[in-house]
Design a binder for this molecule. Structure first.
Ligand code: IMP
Length: 222
């Protein structure tokens, strides 16, 4: 059984549309998010931690809203900004900008503890090198094969992780709609906010839908 690691059941509902009935279930595990200015290292680390917790195949999803005129802010800090400012204040900030274009991005990270050709772009390699340099006990990870190529990094951060990315362009608008979650009411794509779309319609265009589509195709052969 594939475990979708999230505290947000809305994400699992979206994932269920892409995977065979009953093949995915929520793992309500709140892994500690590392601080990074990109989604991929956060998702990769989360997948390794969640796999160690669950002991079965896991899919971790890290997503964020990237506002162009704010140089991508809040991006990887979207969760913190939603919890502290809230989406109404994000709208107020963007309202004062001339350019309200934004994008949603999602990175899915898969880990099942087995070896496979992991993503060639070892996005968290810097992190791994630092952990390896700290020596045994210096990193936060246990041993195993390193399938991300390169080698020579010792035992740190050794679980292979496969990454899948999705992106959707749009713009920030005044809140509209009752569906979805998070920033959905203030993110508009093609004239509709995500909160005005049902799950099927949102999946057809969303960052998560695009990433899930790529994952489901790869996973079907696994
Ligand atoms: P995380 O990936 O669960 O850490 O989410 C980061 C932030 O983005 C949180 O504030 C979520 O509510 C928000 N978020 C993630 N995915 C979506 C989405 O599909 N629509 C709206 N907000 C989202």
């Amino acid at each position: 059984m594939l475990r979708y690691v999230t505290t947000n059941p809305g994400k699992v509902r979206e994932a269920e549309s892409y995977l065979a009935d009953g093949s995915v279930s929520q793992l309500d595990f709140d892994y500690a998010e590392i601080q990074a200015d990109e989604l991929a290292p956060i998702a990769a680390r989360g997948a390794r931690d969640a796999y160690r917790e669950a002991g079965e195949p896991v899919l971790v999803d890290d997503a964020g809203l990237f506002v162009e005129a704010l140089d991508g802010f809040p991006g990887p800090y979207s969760s913190y900004v939603e919890d502290t400012l809230g989406i109404d204040r994000v709208w107020e900030i963007v309202h004062d900008l001339e350019d309200r274009r934004a994008a949603f991005r999602c990175t899915l990270a898969y880990c099942d503890g087995a070896g496979f050709a992991a993503s060639p772009d070892a996005v968290d390699r810097g992190d791994r090198v630092a952990a390896a340099a700290a020596g045994p006990g210096g990193g936060t990870d246990d041993g195993g094969e390193d399938d991300e190529g390169g080698g020579g990094e010792g035992r740190a951060e050794s679980l292979p992780v496969k990454l899948f990315e999705g992106y959707v362009p749009g713009r920030v608008v005044a809140p509209r709609g009752d569906g979805g979650f998070g920033y959905d009411p203030i993110f508009e794509h093609d004239g509709e906010t995500f909160a005005e779309m049902d799950t099927e319609r949102k999946n057809a265009v969303s960052h998560r839908g695009r990433a899930l589509e790529k994952f489901a195709e790869w996973y079907a052969d696994r």
